[in-house]
Design a protein around this ligand. Structure first.
Ligand code: BG6
Length: 489
């Protein structure tokens, strides 16, 4: 509902993130009518000296079609859409610490605002930092000094940043303070793209809008919860980056922990972003120190073949670890976080396993327990594993499923890509699905002790074969935590 001119500035316009996520998301928002032609302009900024048309030609070659959009217009209609979209894009080149570059950027934005704004006058400037975090402080300073919205008629300046936000508690806090000195918290949008996924956004609805779950969602009924991320490919060309961070910083400390918060948090006072984020922070603050014997690390064979990875690297590409939340609802329930590269499948899911039924007259307990599975990707789905009578004359039991598979139930419904939603939220000014500074700090507090010890070589990453389930020790840890595999199914 806000009016006025909107400028989206993609810093790092020729980089990988811009190519894979930012521009395709902007294109899809444009195609769906969310970026109105007369009011929006997109500015690319990077060091390479190229013309507007050269940037447009590069972008034209990007893969705009997200898998879930495959039934949308292709061919000619799409080519026309892309051409119109490209006309919104301008390019400014400059270094990330060059005042003259950011001044030129400011001039270009102002020119656009003046030409579009003769009647409205306000200016909205969204700076998307598709850049390595090492340059965030200097870039934020340049933006602050040279390129923010200065219109008397209102508007705003917002900054979008991506992980990794630091490498541990101290470096994250330093980064937060540096950016915090320049911009107010409501101007800063820290992306964790898992918060933009359809089934992650569904978690609060599921938990708090269904009578089914309310009385069951606690330590009295739930035995253990797994939050799992698997990829069936390795670090593929990102070895240099990855080796510095490892799987805990890359996936667990952010994506899986955010999911854990939404699974474990109490009902927020309202749906206001601050109320939701308050409850998430409480969960994080209730997490107990991670125990050594509840961590298993792995590294796939062949990881070190990447020339950018040192031969002696012990960086984990796989980890299973247990988090324990000390509060009234969750005391004693292990939250098993598991993430790995180069495994046997690509999948992200939440598995809530319920306790055994007391007094099992059917003697069916060995077949498996009730389990509620939320599959975040691929093929979004939720299903409940439950015991039923085996159909037929015999009185015996069998494990079955109540299944809500999105592709069947919501045929033809386009599930937006995470980045589309998140960029739209930044334009609307909705911070619910972004990580607040205190949340980030609490997240680093949980993992920093263990990460420091891994960095010192005090934990060994066990080898595993690419395409396997990961180290066998991880399955043993799962069993020790109480997870029961379902059989007979
Ligand atoms: C990124 C990680 O944040 O998430 C990558 O840096 C990982 O290593 C990616 O591959 C996974 O995202 P998605 O949406 O494909 O599950």
């Amino acid at each position: 509902t806000e009016t006025g001119c909107l400028s989206i500035i993609v810093l790092g316009a020729s980089g990988d993130l811009a190519k894979k996520k930012t521009f395709p998301a902007l294109f899809n928002l444009y195609r769906q009518g969310f970026l109105q032609l007369n009011e929006v302009h997109i500015f690319g900024y990077a060091r390479t000296k190229i013309s507007d048309d050269e940037l447009r030609d590069r972008i034209r070659g990007y893969d705009f079609v997200h898998p879930t959009h495959k039934y949308l217009p292709q061919g000619k209609e799409n080519t026309e859409n892309v051409s119109n979209f490209l006309q919104l894009i301008k390019y400014v080149s400059g270094a990330y610490d060059a005042p003259e570059g950011f001044q030129a950027l400011d001039n270009a934005i102002s020119e656009h605002e003046i030409s579009k704004n003769s009647t409205k006058g306000s200016s909205r400037r969204l700076f998307y930092l598709a850049l390595p975090p090492s340059v965030y402080p200097q870039v934020c300073k340049m933006i602050k000094n040279h390129s923010t919205n200065k219109s008397d008629l209102g508007g705003w300046t917002r900054i979008v940043v991506e992980k990794p936000f630091g490498k541990d508690l101290a470096s994250a806090e330093e980064l937060s303070s540096q950016i915090g000195e320049l911009f107010e918290e409501p101007q800063i949008y820290r992306i964790d793209h898992y918060l933009g996924k359809e089934l992650v956004q569904n978690l609060l609805v599921l938990r708090f809008a269904n009578r089914f779950f309310l009385p069951l969602w606690n330590r009295d009924n739930i035995d253990n919860i797994q939050i799992v991320f698997r990829e069936d490919f390795g670090t593929e060309g990102r070895g240099g980056y990855f080796d510095e961070y490892g799987i805990i910083r890359d996936i667990i400390q952010n994506h899986l922990l955010q999911v854990l918060c939404l699974v474990a948090m109490e009902k927020p006072v309202s749906l206001k972003p601050e109320h939701i984020r308050d409850e998430k922070v409480k969960v994080l603050q209730s997490v107990a120190p991670i125990l050594d014997e509840e961590v298993v690390l792995g590294q796939y064979d062949g990881y070190k073949d990447d020339p950018t990875v040192p031969d002696i690297s012990n960086t984990p590409t796989f980890a299973t670890m247990i988090l324990r939340i000390h509060n009234e609802r969750w005391e004693g329930v292990p939250f098993i976080l598991k993430a790995g590269k180069a495994l046997n499948s690509r999948k992200a899911e939440i598995r809530v396993q319920f306790k055994d039924v007391p007094g099992d007259i059917f003697k069916c307990q060995k077949q498996g327990r009730n389990e509620f599975v939320i599959r975040l990707q691929p093929s979004e789905a939720m299903y409940m594993k439950l015991t039923v009578k085996k159909p037929g004359l015999e009185m015996s039991t069998v494990q079955s499923e109540l299944d809500l598979s999105y592709t069947q139930r919501y045929q033809g419904v386009v599930i937006p890509e995470a980045y589309e939603r998140l960029i739209l939220d930044t334009i609307k000014g909705d911070q619910q699905h972004f990580v607040r500074r205190d949340e980030l700090k609490a997240a680093w507090e949980i993992f920093t002790p263990v990460l420091h010890r891994i960095d010192k070589g005090e934990f060994k990453s066990l080898p595993y074969k690419p395409g396997s389930r990961g180290p066998a020790e991880a399955d043993k840890l799962l069993e020790r935590a109480g997870y029961v595999q379902t059989h007979g199914y």
